[in-house]
Design a protein around this ligand. Structure first.
Ligand code: HEM
Length: 415
């Protein structure tokens, strides 16, 4: 395993299953140079350090990544029927980021998450009942996808009939980011973006006329001293980011965690006991350990604004750096026996699955709650989870996100 070449990181097989690569490189070089302008950061300490140096390691990478791909004229014509795309949150640096983050923090509060917990539990139980009625399921399709989609949808005032739209729009945003799609799909995605914008704009107008008790209203009415409230185009961009950042990641965490439990019967037994006892602390730690070991956002870009040094490695201005949160979360210097899934790990919560610093995931409380409610209800209602015979779980190659596309399972209702 020690002869894995630095440059092989981009091999689809390595990206799909990168853990041998991390194990080979982390001890000898926590910052790996892949090519002249591209570096990987693998260790916990250095990933954490880079997230704190925002003047050097910038999140404003969108332009660089897509700069070579000027918007096609036909695509631009479709997009002109909507609102301009504004860099908010993930792809913005201070002071632009600071303003958005302050306003969005107001909307994404613990209070909001607590207020939707009851609805969330209702959605979870309903999804479990539907799976149980079939006796088998693809956990990704039947649970992992619909739960986060339903939670975001309800916060923008959508009904159950609209749910497939949210998934369709989320997929379009993600495909546009990936950019490796044929022109026909580009056009289709642009139409989806415009459809989404008009849909949400109508919901914004409704809320400007009449405040409702949901996240979208919180965004519309968010006010912080000295900051101008959010404009329509800004709210639309934020909602778009919430869908891109929040749906697939939570799906991957939910499914990856269930697979960990299935593959580790001793941990499954502990988790079931915790759920039966209503031991919230144990379930919360289970969620943290799932996030650590699964790290659905496996890596995130930073653009280097000035000549820098990280772990003794010189990184020139203009370079692109990938903070590999998934590698950091299995750094043996931080997590002894890092590949072991251990729901009692005492420092599980220190993981970098949500990043760290000013860009730390704004949806972390929401997805943590979704996972905790999901595992508690799944484990108290169903039992004897197994991966369906003949299925071998696999992860499609993706530079940033890592997640199962399918998880066919069998199970029984608990007596
Ligand atoms: C298990 C689920 C999730 C994971 C693993 C995850 C992971 C992350 C990570 C690693 C970052 C930091 C990126 C960086 O370092 O630049 C981030 C930021 C972000 N996440 Fe999440 N996320 C999850 C769920 C969510 C949800 C549910 C939402 C919203 C509904 C969300 C919205 C965002 C947004 C808007 C940002 C950008 C924040 C900023 O730049 O200030 N995420 N997420």
């Amino acid at each position: 395993m020690n002869d894995i070449a630095a440059s092989s990181f981009f091999d689809p097989q390595v990206i799909a299953d990168p853990f041998d690569y991390y194990r080979a490189w982390l001890p000898k070089s926590p910052v790996v140079q892949l090519s002249d302008g591209m570096f990987l950061v693998l260790s916990y300490d250095l990933c954490a350090q880079a997230t704190g140096e925002v003047d050097t390691f910038s999140n404003n990478f969108q332009g660089t990544l897509s700069g070579a791909m000027a918007e096609d004229g036909d695509v631009a014509a479709i997009l002109s029927e909507g609102w301009p795309q504004v860099d908010t949150l993930l792809t913005a640096d201070p002071p632009v980021h600071t303003r958005f983050r302050k306003l969005v923090n107001l909307a994404f509060s613990m209070k909001r998450v607590a207020a939707i917990e009851e609805d969330m539990r209702g959605v979870v139980i309903d999804l479990i009942d539907r799976m149980a009625a079939k006796g088998e399921a693809d956990f990704v399709q039947d649970f992992g996808i619909p739960l986060p989609v339903a939670m975001i949808a309800s916060q923008i005032g959508m009904t159950n009939d609209d749910l497939d739209k949210v998934k369709r729009w989320s997929d379009a945003f993600v495909d546009r980011l990936g950019r490796m799609i044929p022109k026909e799909r580009e056009l289709e995605c642009a139409r989806e973006v415009v459809e989404f914008q008009h849909f949400v704009k109508a919901k914004i107008d409704e809320r400007r006329a009449n405040r409702t008790d949901d996240l979208l209203s919180d965004l519309v009415y968010a006010e912080v001293d000295g900051e101008r409230p959010l404009e329509d185009a800004e709210i639309l961009s934020i909602m778009q980011q919430l869908m891109v950042a929040g749906n697939e990641t939570t799906t991957s965490a939910l499914a990856g965690g269930l697979l960990q439990l299935i593959e580790n019967p001793d941990q499954m037994a502990k988790a079931v006991a915790a759920a039966d006892e209503g031991n919230e602390r144990a379930i919360i730690n289970l969620v943290e350990e799932v996030l650590r070991i699964e790290s659905p956002t496996a890596g995130m870009w930073r653009m280097v604004l000035k000549d820098a040094e990280l772990g003794g490695v010189a990184i020139p201005k203009g370079a692109m750096v990938q903070l590999r949160y998934a590698a950091a979360n299995r750094d043996p210097a931080k997590y002894p026996d890092p590949d072991r899934f251990d729901m009692e790990r005492t420092n599980a919560r220190s993981h970098l699955a949500f990043g760290k610093g000013i860009h730390m995931c704004v949806g972390n409380m929401l997805s943590r709650k979704e996972m905790a409610v999901a595992y508690s209800e799944l484990l108290t209602r169903l039992t004897d989870f197994r991966v369906a015979e003949g299925h071998t779980p696999s992860w499609p190659p993706n530079m940033l996100l890592r997640g199962l596309t399918a998880l066919p399972i069998t199970f029984r209702r608990r007596a």
